[in-house]
Ligand binder design. Structure first.
Ligand SMILES: [Zn+2]
Length: 324
């Protein structure tokens, strides 16, 4: 069994655990919505944004404090395995290897694995269930407030100009981006303010993103979601990759590209919503901490490009000039 096979299996396993053990839960939104896990959803023309009680819970487990007992539960191990591959992943793998190593033929392998997975699913469901009580009484009410103000921002600042903002992202970066783009909000303070795992699961922590910073992050994560899709075409991402690799600088790609996403997303907010907007990268010190050189270059080159004074390929090559 490969790692990918196992992860696919683990995902299904968890889903099974959720469905069988947690389906009794009737949260605040269950009365009005047939999906008991759905907290709130925004369905626009370009973006679908969901806050789901279960994802919020899972995210909490995934980033459980390593010192807490939660960090050592099978559920935490599974999610750490999924989201931070070096964590307790081996522990779980070990438990699946046992029936594999004992199996004398395909039938005993099948039944051994089935027993092992059922036990594991029960344990995971048990973990989730015991956290669920604390979660619904203590954590969720606080998250609910964060969610309502996040969705109010989405309604006020994203809804009226959604297509315009989305199109600006696509046009400035020459991206191929199928819509609607799907995103999830979580309410837990996390290591990152947001992340997108390939292929395209975008999670935004609304305790760390508010007001126009939240809208910038939505644009930012939508770009991460289509990186693979745009790795080899005429997009800004592909051009940048090629330019850096032709100069033997492949390892600078991630920082150069990431700085560009930050800068471009913030520029769109300034251009389309508020000229006095202060970039997320500036507010949270990301520019200073991680992208000093890149930002000096982008301030000149990318602004010229956005004003229409440079072609995309010229802008990319000048950007790379200034990085070296
Ligand atoms: Zn990013």
């Amino acid at each position: 069994m490969t790692r990918t096979d196992f992860l696919a299996l683990a995902g299904r396993l968890c889903l099974t655990a959720h469905m069988s053990k947690l389906s009794g839960y009737a949260g605040p939104s269950a009365r009005s919505n047939p999906n008991p896990y759905l907290w709130h959803q925004y369905t626009g023309t370009r973006f679908v944004i969901t806050a789901q009680t279960l994802l919020d819970l899972e995210y909490l487990i995934a980033y459980a404090d390593p010192a807490s007992s939660w960090a050592r539960t099978p559920a935490a191990a599974l999610y750490n395995g999924l989201h931070a591959p070096d964590a307790d992943f081996n522990l779980l793998l070990q438990r699946l290897r046992y029936p594999i190593s004992r199996a004398s033929n395909p039938e005993t392998l099948k039944s051994g694995l089935r027993t092992c997975l059922t036990d594991l699913a029960d344990e995971i469901a048990g973990d989730l269930l015991s956290l669920f009580d604390t979660y619904t009484t203590e954590i969720l009410p606080a998250h609910a407030e964060l969610f309502s103000s996040a969705f109010a921002t989405v309604d006020k600042d994203l809804r009226p100009r959604e297509a315009e903002l989305f199109d600006a992202v696509i046009e400035t970066l020459h991206l191929r981006m199928p819509f609607p783009v799907e995103m999830f909000f979580v309410g837990h303070g996390t290591v990152f303010g947001a992340f997108t795992s390939q292929p395209s699961l975008s999670v935004i922590d609304v305790s760390r993103n508010a007001g126009l910073n939240l809208i910038e992050t939505i644009l930012h994560e939508s770009v991460h979601g289509v990186e693979r899709l745009n790795a080899n075409n005429q997009s800004a991402y592909a051009l940048l990759r090629r330019e850096l690799s032709s100069r033997g600088l492949q390892r600078d790609t991630e920082a150069a590209w990431h700085a560009l996403i930050f800068w471009n997303s913030a520029s769109i907010i300034k251009q389309k919503i508020d000229p006095a907007y202060v970039d997320y990268g500036e507010t949270f010190g990301v520019y200073d901490r991680a992208f000093k050189t890149q930002v000096v270059a982008l301030r000149v080159v990318w602004n010229q490009y956005l004003q229409g004074d440079l072609s995309l390929s010229k802008a990319i090559s000048l950007y790379v000039d200034k990085l070296t």
